[in-house]
Design a protein around this ligand. Structure first.
Ligand SMILES: Nc1ncnc2c1ncn2[C@@H]1O[C@H](COP(=O)(O)OP(=O)(O)OP(=O)(O)O)[C@@H](O)[C@H]1O
Ligand SMILES: [Mg+2]
Length: 610
């Protein structure tokens, strides 16, 4: 892993209006939930003011003063109906208000969560669709782990914006503003004292939050590194154990693990410092207000219940300050996640194409490469390559490793586009054939067989509804897998483990043949794996291969030259250029590149036989 690889884990702004504008289409269908949550804010603020008033009222009553502290408009709450003792009534009202407050919180929490999850479902859907339409060239460079993080963690973290951020942040701000106003209205002198510590609290919040953020960034980097290390170790466990790398691997892991723990400690230290500093500042003012307020009371200007109300409201004024900074960082990381998600959505997909060229039609399967040049990056891989294959012809591609054989097949299936030249099928440029249509006519057996988690039948049909069980079975028979399936306890329903780990290399290859056969393509592209299988299996594969090539245009990359001796034509590629072309016998007679390749393999076989 290169250093700086996880630099993406940077934290962004708290609120980015450009991002929010992009998010809006996902939120718009659920705007009623936001509206409801916002509408509940003033209700919540008023409910928050009542308990102090009720308590203060009770205290005043006990002291023999008939005074309702707090907003006069709410005075009616403290008036008991006939027959009720005033204290019992106040206690009952207190309970009712608390229950109402809890219901409002519940409603707000639920509506924001529902909206957030619905919006994230849509966002994840768009992202998944987008990723499936990205050009294959994109996957050559973008690490898989990072893609998984985008689709999983980042969307999860963006959704926190709704559960713990956006509306809650607004509610906190409104709450603080409202309480500041009523505190001044209650007693401006005491309120001024209470406000004096706000800059201290805000300062502490900013400084410590900043430190927490730095520490947390390190935490995220380390966790990303731990995950990458875990992924590599687990997927490469065979190599780890066979090469006895456990100890070195463990030491490496423990170093990152320790760094991760230290970063967490730092972050928690500052987090705790922040909470206690704000708490202490609040307590300091409470103590001061008690002392100062009692002095004022001595002069008869403040009743006991009023003092209690003031302290209660003051603490409710301070409370959001503490959460505010936590919500601030939630917003920050949500925004950063959202930004990364949108960055991925901004990567251009393959342009939209019509699904077909006008209904299903059979093709003859004539292939022409016309002066095709291609490079994955800057290094040219195919140079001015021209050849043609007539319908039904069986052609083999041979050449040294890295000569460009797989690349020829990939270009034909439009997995990549050539930079120069044309590729024609039945005289039509493949660029004018929609990919979906093209790939209905072509079956591509890849060099590295990929099996999906699912049952055996699914791995042959790949879920295509038009491939019946009878099709699957006949394909398996042709691929010589009938006996193999019969031996499996669950037959066609046998589960395939991740990437086909429970099948042998030869079985997997035959299975990939069956997959191609079941599709009944007009053109077969086959990239043979270099796996060495036993001679029986090799004979099976060779036989299945011939069945596969029957009655269709086939281009086969072969590494075992013995398998292709009877094809119609052999093309010899060398450094991306066509060097020789002809039948096996013709090419041997030329005594050129093919002859040398053949001699080499023959010599190896002779030696291993000896
Ligand atoms: N996705 C890619 N990005 C960049 N370069 C690539 C990519 N795939 C292949 N190449 C390069 O292109 C060249 C041709 O690769 P190709 O896979 O066509 O070789 P090949 O003839 O099939 O070899 P082999 O016999 O080993 O399968 C190689 O040098 C390889 O390094
Ligand atoms: Mg190859």
């Amino acid at each position: 892993m290169t250093p700086g690889f996880h630099d993406e884990e940077l934290l962004g702004k708290v609120y980015d209006s450009a991002l929010m504008r992009r998010l809006w289409p996902y939120l718009r269908p659920h705007w009623r939930f936001v509206a409801a949550a916002v509408a509940l804010i003033p209700v919540r603020v008023v409910l928050e003011m009542i308990p102090g008033s009720l308590f203060g009222s009770a205290l005043n009553h006990l002291a023999g003063v008939d005074r309702f502290p707090g907003l006069p408009a709410l005075r009616f709450l403290a008036v008991p109906p006939g027959g009720f003792s005033p204290i019992a009534w106040l206690a009952l009202m207190f309970l009712l208000v608390a229950a109402l407050g809890a219901s409002v919180d519940f409603a707000r929490g639920v509506s924001m969560a529902v909206m957030g999850q619905r919006a994230m479902l849509e966002l994840r859907r768009s992202l998944f669709q987008h990723v499936q339409r990205l050009p294959l060239r994109f996957f050559d460079r973008y690490p898989v782990g990072r893609l998984v993080t985008r689709l999983g963690n980042d969307i999860e973290s963006a959704s926190e914006m709704f559960s713990a951020g956006l509306v809650a942040l607004l509610a906190d701000l409104v709450m603080m503003a409202a309480f500041a106003v009523v505190l001044f209205w209650l007693n401006w002198r005491l309120a001024a004292c209470a406000m004096a510590v706000v800059p201290v609290m805000a300062g502490a919040a900013i400084v410590f939050r900043w430190k927490v953020r730095d520490a947390f960034r390190v935490v995220r980097q380390k966790i990303a590194r731990i995950n990458a290390h875990l992924q590599e170790t687990i997927t490469g466990m065979r190599v780890v154990q066979l090469f006895a790398r456990e100890e070195r691997n463990f030491a490496e892991f423990m170093r990152t693990n320790g760094e991760h723990r230290d970063a967490w400690f730092t972050s928690i230290n500052y987090e705790s410092l922040l909470t206690s500093t704000i708490g202490m500042a609040g307590n300091l003012t409470t103590a001061f207000i008690l002392w100062y307020g009692a002095r004022l009371m001595g002069y008869g200007s403040v009743a006991m219940g009023d003092l209690l109300l003031f302290v209660d409201w003051m603490r409710r004024f301070y409370r959001p300050l503490q959460d505010l900074s936590a919500k601030y960082s939630v917003m920050q990381s949500s925004m950063a996640s959202l930004e990364r998600v949108f960055q991925l959505l901004d990567i251009a997909t393959e342009p939209e194409e019509p699904a077909t060229l006008g209904g299903p039609r059979a093709i003859r399967g004539e292939i022409t490469f016309d002066k095709v040049s291609f490079a994955y990056e800057s290094q040219p891989v195919l140079k001015n390559l021209s050849f043609s294959v007539s319908p039904g012809q069986r052609v083999a591609l041979v050449g040294h490793t890295g000569a460009g054989k797989t690349t020829v097949l990939k270009l034909l299936a439009r997995m990549y586009e050539p930079q120069a030249g044309r590729i024609l099928i039945d005289g039509t440029d493949v660029r004018d054939i929609p990919r979906a249509e093209l790939r209905r006519h072509i079956a591509f057996v890849l060099q590295d067989v990929f099996l999906f988690t699912g049952d055996l039948a699914y791995n042959v049909s790949l879920g295509r509804a038009d491939i019946s069980q009878a099709n699957i079975e006949s394909a398996m028979r042709t691929a010589h897998l009938e006996e193999f399936v019969a031996r499996l306890p669950q037959g066609y329903q046998q589960l395939v483990h991740e990437r086909g780990g429970n099948f042998s290399v030869g079985e997997r290859q035959l299975l990939s043949f069956a997959r191609a056969l079941a599709q009944r393509p007009e053109i077969l592209l086959l990239d043979e794996a270099t796996s060495s299988v036993d001679t029986t299996t090799e004979a099976l594969i060779q036989d299945a291969l011939h069945a596969l090539m029957r009655n269709k245009t086939s281009m086969v990359v072969a590494h075992r030259l013995s398998t292709i001796q009877d094809v119609d034509r052999i093309l010899v590629l060398h450094h991306g250029e066509l060097r020789e072309s002809g039948t096996h016998d013709q090419l041997l007679a030329q005594r050129g590149l093919y002859w040398r390749l053949y001699q080499l393999q023959y010599a190896v076989q002779e030696r291993s036989a000896a």
